[in-house]
Structures are given as C-alpha cells and as structure tokens.
Design a binder for this molecule. Sequence first.
Ligand code: NCD
Length: 310
Amino acid sequence: MNFKGMDILDGAQFTRAEIERVMEVSEEMRERLRESRSLNLLRGYVLGTLFFEPSTRTRLSFETAMHRLGGDVVGFASAGVSSVKKGESLEDSIRTVDQYVDVIVMRHPQIGAARRAAAVAESPVINGGDGAGQHPTQALLDLFTIRTERGQVDGNTIVLCGDLKYGRTVHAGVELYKHYDCRLILVSPDALRMPPELTARLREQGVVVEETDDLEAALPEATVLYMTRIQKERFADPEEYERLKGSYVLTREMVERLNPDLTIMHPLPRVGEIAADVDALPGAAYFRQARNGIYVRMALLWLVTGQSEA
Ligand code: NCD
C-alpha cells in the first residue's frame, strides 16, 4: 500500500485496507499530540489551501494539521481574492500553485473540480469538497469518529438524515461504510433522496440500504445518527429550499425517548437540525468529530507526502 503522491478525490477510491491504514495513522497522530503540540514530521513542506467556497472546519483543520506537523501553509479562503476573479482558469491557477507547494487542498463549487486539478498538478491534490459531489476527508474523519465513539465500525446501524441529494459528506461516507458490516438507513424528504444510481450501486455491492422519510421510526434502530444540513446553496429554486429546510429537527426529548444510547454526529455547520439542548448529551459527538479532523488530516498529509515511509 503506497500513499505517496496519492490524490484524495472521492470515497470510492479507498480499499478497506487503505481506510484502516488511515485510521491507524490517525490514532498515532492523536497519541503523539498528547506528548507534544508540534511534531516536526513535515518540516520544510508547504500546503496550499485553495478554497473557492466557504469553509470553517475543513480549511482551518487542514491548516492546523499542517502546522502541527511542523509544515507551512499558503492559500486563500475566497475565490474573490484570487486571480480567478480576473478570469484565470482553474487549471492555470492549479498549475501555478503547483510550482510553489508540496500538497494542494481545494474546495470548489463544481462537481469534478478536484479531479480536474489533479489532472494538471504534480503535487497530490486533496478534495476538500467539490460542489454536491464528494468530500472524502470528511468521510474519513466521520469513520474515525464512529470507530472512536462506538469501539468499531462493524456492527453499526447508521442513520443518515437530511439532505442526501446534495450532501457531499454522505456521498463520500457511504463509499467507506460499504466496506464494513453496517446497516444503512437513509432518512430524507422524497425530494432530497440519495442519488438513485449511488444507492443502486451500493445494493449491487451487497450493502443493506433502507430508505424512509420517517426519522422517529428509524431512530430506535440506530447506533449512530448522522445529521446533515439542507444544502441551501445547491438549490435552483429558493422556494423549494424554504419548503424543505425544517424537515428534520433532532431534540433532546426525541433522543431520550427513542434511543438514549445514540451517537449523534453532524459534519457541521448546523442550521437548526440539532437543537442546542442535545449538546449536553453524552452521545453528542459533533464537536469531538470536528477535533478528529485534525488527526485524520495530519495522517493524510503525512501519508501523501510519502514522509510516513521516510
Ligand atoms: C460540510 C461540507 O462543506 O460539505 N461541512 C464540512 O466540511 N464540515 C457540510 C455542510 O456544509 O453542510
């Protein structure tokens, strides 16, 4: 298994062995950070962060991860301040940044943008979210969180709830969960169901996938609930968003009544899907999940630079 130079573009690219390797290295990072705030594993390396779309966690956790590895970061957090604003093509921007840095992380509103970048870059390209497409590093940190919170991934019933049509974190997530002995229950309004070609492919691969619009019926079955935000920015029709935005709201009362042992996750940001009174429950894992992003992104940076083998 060789991660050196690997682009991280989608969930489907990973074998179970590769996922397990990322999990082990992430654990190692967590342990090493207990000893020291900065590890000096990537001293002299530079990460380029190209964010053409808003981000808090993905960008700041990648930057923090690189700093804690002893490396440096350059980049921008808005397309408006880059030469894209002057009309530069994505390919030319990437070719240029590729001259400066050793690894590129990018987020872009178009599906497939990271793959286009990877096609012209020598450096490894990591997809930090491509429109309604994929978000593989989030999916890996989600899997790491399930492993940490539940002890293992096998044996879980994972309820994925909310915007399964446009949500890139769940599109990447199911491609990882399929390697494990998990039951998947997809909860969404009919208009926001997971793309049918994706569910069909999972079923062909033998994954147990159920679909419903009833969160309360699914909750008692779950070990893990993964809530998502309705992706306002992907809707062509603002009225359609207004109609669907309040579809699901998880409350403390629901968890206590239906499944007190539930692990509750969310990639964040939340905009009303999880009531604030849920936060105090022991199973509310979403801020621990955000923290896990540091370990998993450190692991990925160390692996794709090839320094884990040095
Ligand atoms: C997610 C994203 O950007 O896709 N956020 C994240 O990376 N943690 C989820 C979202 O924006 O709803």
